[in-house]
Design a protein around this ligand. Structure first.
Ligand SMILES: Nc1nc2c(ncn2[C@@H]2O[C@H](COP(=O)(O)OP(=O)(O)OP(=O)(O)O)[C@@H](O)[C@H]2O)c(=O)[nH]1
Ligand SMILES: [Mg+2]
Length: 296
């Protein structure tokens, strides 16, 4: 499966908003406004849109290009370029490696963990799931179902238990079984609640008290939340040492451009994208495929 056939809505809305631009006469100066509008509508964000448009204008001038289709080719190139140079590998340099999943409520943390556990298990890796969302009993149940599907073990505590200690136990368990990775779920939290954000720091500290190391803190963002995702990202990066973003629900009504804003304004690489609810629907993020899919 490729990203091409999964981000249909993002693509149709982007190509739809480019149609005005395409229909312009090449000498019409408002074409730049059309292009700007298309990027803003795609959720690229003001600052990033401005930079990209300026670069495209500059290049078009240098290359003496004036027709809309050639300008779009330059835009496509620039968009790919602006996502390059990031390391998108999931770091796994110690055993066990702990990957913490954080984010606001309902963005897809638990689902992403489930998908990732299945994929890694299929690669022959031994995975332990830590039920660090001790807030709701249903959260543990949800994780257990994914564990069954992915043939991984879950370590959980009682409802209301300290999430740090559950994750600590999971790391101990992983170490004793020679498991490579601990995928640690956490309860969804609002980025404006200080005590909950501080809890993330404690989770991290306690998680590393045993044999494991936190090698990834993955911020899960729902792509359909648009620019609000950027605000969340900013606050989470301040509280937790976020190493990468998982952008979910790109199959939905999202416009996808938030990837550019996150990358440029926060310098955090998008490492994985969620394109559906099934096990297969988690893909490594590839800038070229993504941008090409938007233009296709
Ligand atoms: N379409 C689509 N749905 C997704 C994707 N990822 C997650 N979901 C759905 O989003 C809903 C919420 O997912 P969860 O994994 O429970 O989210 P969470 O972040 O763990 O939520 P809390 O634990 O309540 O904070 C579920 O119905 C998932 O199936 C995705 O990439 N695409
Ligand atoms: Mg959850």
């Amino acid at each position: 499966m490729t990203i091409m056939n999964r981000i249909g809505k993002a693509r149709t809305s982007f190509t739809g908003s480019l149609s005005k631009f395409r229909s312009r006469n090449e000498t019409d100066p408002v074409i730049w406004e059309d292009l700007e509008e298309a990027l803003l509508l795609a959720d690229v964000g003001v600052a990033t849109t401005e930079r990209i448009i300026n670069e495209v204008r500059q290049l078009a001038k240098e290359e003496k290009v004036t027709d809309p289709e050639s300008i779009l080719e330059i835009l496509q190139r620039k968009m790919i370029e602006s996502l390059e140079s990031s390391n998108r590998e999931l770091n796994q340099n110690s055993s066990p490696s702990i990957w913490l999943f954080v984010g606001v409520n309902g963005v897809g943390k638990t689902t992403t963990i489930g998908k990732l556990a299945s994929q890694r298990n299929a690669m022959g890796q031994k995975i332990v799931l830590a039920a660090g969302d001790t807030f709701r009993a249903a959260a543990v149940e949800q994780l257990k179902q994914w564990a069954e599907l992915s043939e991984s073990t879950v370590v959980s505590g009682s409802e209301g238990a300290d999430p740090s200690s559950v994750i600590f136990d999971a790391v101990e368990h992983a170490a004793s079984k020679d498991a490579e990775i601990v995928l640690a779920d956490t309860a969804g939290r609002v980025h404006t609640k200080n005590n909950l954000m501080e809890e993330l720091q404690k989770i991290r500290r306690v998680a590393e008290k045993g044999d494991g190391t936190v090698t990834e803190t993955l911020l899960v963002i729902d792509a359909t939340t648009g620019q609000n995702g950027l605000i969340q990202a900013r606050q989470f990066t301040e509280a937790a040492q976020v190493t990468g973003v998982v952008l979910t629900k790109l199959d939905g009504t999202s416009r996808g451009g938030i990837i550019f804003a996150i990358h440029e304004e926060l310098g955090i690489p998008v490492k994985l994208v969620g394109v559906g609810e099934g096990v297969e629907d988690l893909l490594p993020f590839k800038p070229t495929d993504f941008v090409n899919a938007l233009f296709d």
